[in-house]
Ligand binder design. Sequence first.
Ligand SMILES: Cc1cc2nc3c(=O)[nH]c(=O)nc-3n(C[C@H](O)[C@H](O)[C@H](O)COP(=O)(O)OP(=O)(O)OC[C@H]3O[C@@H](n4cnc5c(N)ncnc54)[C@H](O)[C@@H]3O)c2cc1C
Length: 478
Amino acid sequence: MAYETSAPNLPAPSAETLARFTRIVGDKYAISDPDIQEPYLIEWRRLYHGKTPLILRPGSTEEVSRILALAHETGTAIVPQGGNTGLTGAQIPFEHEVVVSLERMNRIRSRDPRGNSMVVEAGATLAAAQKAAEEIDRLFPLSIGSEGSCQIGGNLATNAGGLQVLAYGNARAQVLGLEVVLADGRVWNGLRALRKDNTGYDLRDLFIGSEGTLGIITAAVLRVLPRPKSRATAFVGFNAVEDAGRFFDLAMEMSAGELTAFELMPRIGLEFVLRHADGTRDPLQSPYPWYALIEIASQREDGAAPVIEALLTRAVEAELIADAAIAASLGQAKAFWHIREMMSEVQLHEGGSIKSDVSVPVAHLPEFLRRATDAVLAILPGSRPLPFGHYGDGNIHFNVSQPVGMDKTEFLSHWDSVTEAVNAIVLEFGGSISAEHGIGRMKRALLPRVKSPVEMDMMRTIKQALDPKGILNPGKLL
Ligand SMILES: Cc1cc2nc3c(=O)[nH]c(=O)nc-3n(C[C@H](O)[C@H](O)[C@H](O)COP(=O)(O)OP(=O)(O)OC[C@H]3O[C@@H](n4cnc5c(N)ncnc54)[C@H](O)[C@@H]3O)c2cc1C
């Protein structure tokens, strides 16, 4: 399944080494009981199930530093873990690695509304960071379906994307500075709140998206923004995906940077949500093959509603949209978003699901969707493609639910052939086989096939320089 690579040949740490690790955090924060370890060792999709001799829950940067110094001395492999919501198995150990969970390091260290920044520890959840910004009348614009559980450290280590990248950029764009513990235990204090700093190589960007393989992020200076004064949300139906594409072009033209979300969903996705998510209802009167959830945010109190109304009027005149509902209240906007947010979870109720997280240049998306759907159905007739996601970023989660009645294991045995077919089309369009979820364990074997030898060599050189003993998250990414 999923291009699985074998576990690296790791030695198990000795009982004495484990006792030394435990002493750093204290018995209370070291977990060796398998029952208590369980939630840290299985991930959201139940694709990866790991083992570990020990989980450590440090409470300070100094403790993380001492853990890595000891790991470096003893050659113990370490898996950094945030909220355990990653979707490529990168946060799950194979067998002998010690897991370092950042969950106790969850303080908001400081907030500076005039400087539009805040210093947040790696273990703070994304939702807590958003709330901390809101309390000083600022917006922290990173927003993803797992925001109640995922942590800032995990968001940065995966360079998370999500629902508002179109307007605000991905996780990388939200960071001004970092504090990182290096593989040998040294602490790099790069907590600078500067917008401009051209003093050599950009070390900060090296750690963002490094999936726990170069260092443990312990804190970050995050950029925040003035909060929008008005928002307007609409749920739009299309007769064809090409219409959605033309509507997106129009929305970009008319909203002058205020379009914060453009999320595409197919009819089958809405049907799954209506079937499995309590309290949901179809926002439109009739069914349509495709939908988009769009949002406009404005810095003016009365700014967003006129823009969305003008946009939908023009789209109706141009016969781009079949129907649309504008949210009349905050509650209705939330109900529209709930449909989008449930799109991943409800697939669990429909049997096996083969997942791809891909991107292509946005103008090619309609053609990509048609060709990838045809290719999947040719391999697995009766399977149910459910491509959805961040249309505005050219990023589609090309998921495929199993044919009704098929054995789940038999279906999942087609994982590699289905993702191969989708990826081949992605690469034809000059796209990426991992738009926002990273490489982890799931796509590690694919990386050398999509990166040039020069890129692979540069990445290995950086890894060797920063983690010469290869103790940080071995068997992931590289
Ligand atoms: C319902 C759902 C919706 C999602 N939607 C999106 C989405 O829209 N966009 C998106 O990009 N992702 C999405 N994800 C994936 C996931 O939430 C993100 O990848 C998230 O950034 C992972 O954060 P985490 O704290 O859970 O990290 P984990 O899963 O714990 O770890 C992920 C990786 O980061 C490393 N890591 C964690 N913390 C640190 C640290 N402090 N220092 C160094 N390395 C660290 C781990 O070793 C691992 O390699 C979704 C997941 C779910 C379950």
